[in-house]
Design a protein around this ligand. Structure first.
Ligand code: NDP
Length: 453
């Protein structure tokens, strides 16, 4: 670590204590951005990096709601409005007990670079609540979402801040949030994305992140004259991103043999076909069951319960495969998992989730020069289609599935090529992390300079 990064990190840690995810995100950025700060000193003089890592605004609020027993519950809601230099704040909402200011600041910071890479006019933010939607009735989810929006609505607007889904926030939650916003403001605007198709949503918004990650992987492989056809792939998670990643992988002729959820991990050596995937979508999306039931339904599959092995090992990553698509949560690939992947001949890592890789694992992949696409580039498809939903809402118009998909494919190819070209230009060929960080930075940094302090 250089003296500049050391000094920056010491300040970041002292001003943002107990926020390890945010520290990791800043450190990875600073290490990449040194290359550009040395070459273009005006960014350093304008203290762009120091400004980018400080949120423009953070909002913390009480969310009180009544459960089905009539008891009052209190949660904490947040919105981090990180950077608005290139457009309205834009980024997800996460409902999960682990949500804290540090986690949301890391997600919002990653979003700055992700949204910039799409080249669409979107600033960045992230928000959520320490609310656990698991096991709650639809009525409880609705009351929570309404109470959450009762405060958040005053900070939102189609030209101010436009949230989207993330962990624990899907179509159902976006519906209740949008419904409450509409009542409070008495207006029907594109203030949230991920909306239902018959009330302002875009086609492909649910699938965009996973599909985009697979398009990105295909471009990475094409550089080596290879493709996904016949490649064995490991996927983790079983939510919106994982299911759409699996679907597109099957579409490209790959073989998916794992997935997981909080109950544990599935290994299906026979591979998951379209029929099994449809069954899984119904299990997770409609019945809201757990993946253990997949092993009861399909005899080819083995189930490993969560917590039954070493705590720093995730069984998903301990199988022979060519490609890994972490799509569940942060820090789901430990150093031990990375070693297992490398021993089993992994050729490609594509992050569908945000920061799924621990610093030890990331270092191993980079040292061994395994092509490794960071989430801010590879999972930007969700942000891109959110931007396309905003454009459709502004036009009061809806594009066809083919039109949205075509735009998504163009955006993912551009992000891929930009990462490759910028990494090369800055003397680190094939380093997708440097390419994504530097390219994402330059667009926002130039806008910040143009807009003044
Ligand atoms: P979902 O809530 O739809 O799915 C998350 C999945 O991960 C669920 O299957 C969940 O299990 C599983 N999971 C959570 N914690 C664990 C754990 N400790 N061990 C094993 N599995 C776990 O979220 P998304 O699919 O939307 O998001 C997944 C990741 O992708 C996140 O990192 C998110 O930030 C990122 N992302 C999401 C985007 C989006 O558009 N939704 C866009 C870009 C990135 P269970 O089903 O049991 O809850």
């Amino acid at each position: 670590m250089s003296a500049y990064v050391q000094k920056l990190m010491a300040e970041v840690k002292s001003r943002n204590s107990a926020e390890p995810e945010f520290h990791q995100s800043v450190q990875e950025l600073a290490e990449s951005l040194e290359l550009v700060l040395e070459r273009h000193t005006h960014y350093r003089e304008a203290k762009i990096l120091e400004r980018i890592i400080e949120p423009e605004r953070t909002i913390v609020f009480r969310v009180a709601w009544v459960d089905d027993e009539g008891d009052l519950q209190v949660n904490r809601g947040y919105r981090v409005e990180m950077n608005g230099a290139i457009g309205p704040y834009k980024g997800g909402l996460r409902f999960h007990p682990s949500v804290s200011m540090g986690v949301l600041k890391f997600l919002a910071l990653e979003q700055v670079f992700k949204n910039s890479l799409t080249t669409l006019p979107m600033g960045a933010g992230h928000g959520g609540a320490d609310f656990n939607p698991k096991g709650k009735s639809d009525q409880e989810i609705m009351r929570f979402c309404q109470s959450f929006m009762n405060e958040l609505f005053r900070h939102l607007g189609p030209s101010t801040d436009v949230p989207d889904g993330d962990i624990g926030v899907g179509g159902r939650e976006i519906g209740y949030l949008f419904g409450q916003y509409r009542k409070l403001r008495n207006e029907f605007t594109g203030v949230l994305t991920g909306k239902g198709l018959n009330w302002g949503g875009s086609l492909m918004s649910t699938e965009a992140t996973g599909y985009g990650a697979v398009y990105f992987a295909e471009h990475m492989l094409a550089r080596k004259d290879e493709s996904l056809v016949g490649k064995t792939c490991l996927v983790s998670g079983c939510g919106k991103v994982a299911l759409s990643t699996m679907e597109k992988l099957l579409g490209f002729g790959a073989r998916v043999i794992t997935f997981s959820d909080t109950s544990g991990a599935i290994h299906d050596p026979e591979g998951i076909d379209q029929e099994k995937l449809e069954w899984l979508k119904e299990l997770k999306g409609i019945r809201r069951g757990c993946v253990r039931e997949y092993a009861e339904e399909f005899s080819s599959a083995e189930f490993t319960a969560a917590g039954s092995g070493d705590l720093d090992e995730n069984p998903v990553w301990h199988h022979e495969a060519a490609c890994a698509f972490p799509c569940a949560r942060q820090h789901e690939i430990s150093g031990k998992d990375a070693q297992a992947l490398l021993q089993n001949g992994i050729q490609l890592i594509v992050e569908g989730a945000n920061m799924p890789t621990t610093p030890e694992a990331a270092k191993l992949f980079r040292d061994r020069k395994v092509p490794y696409a960071p989430g801010k580039a590879a999972n930007a498809g969700g942000a891109a289609v959110s931007g396309l939903e905003m454009a459709q809402n502004a036009m009061h118009y809806a594009w066809t599935r083919e039109e949205v998909d075509e735009r998504l494919q163009i955006i993912m190819k551009n992000i891929h090529d930009t990462c490759v070209n910028v990494a090369e230009e800055f003397g680190t060929p094939e380093d997708y992390i440097n390419g994504a960080n530097i390219a994402g930075f330059i667009r926002v940094a130039d806008a910040m300079i143009n807009l003044g302090v």
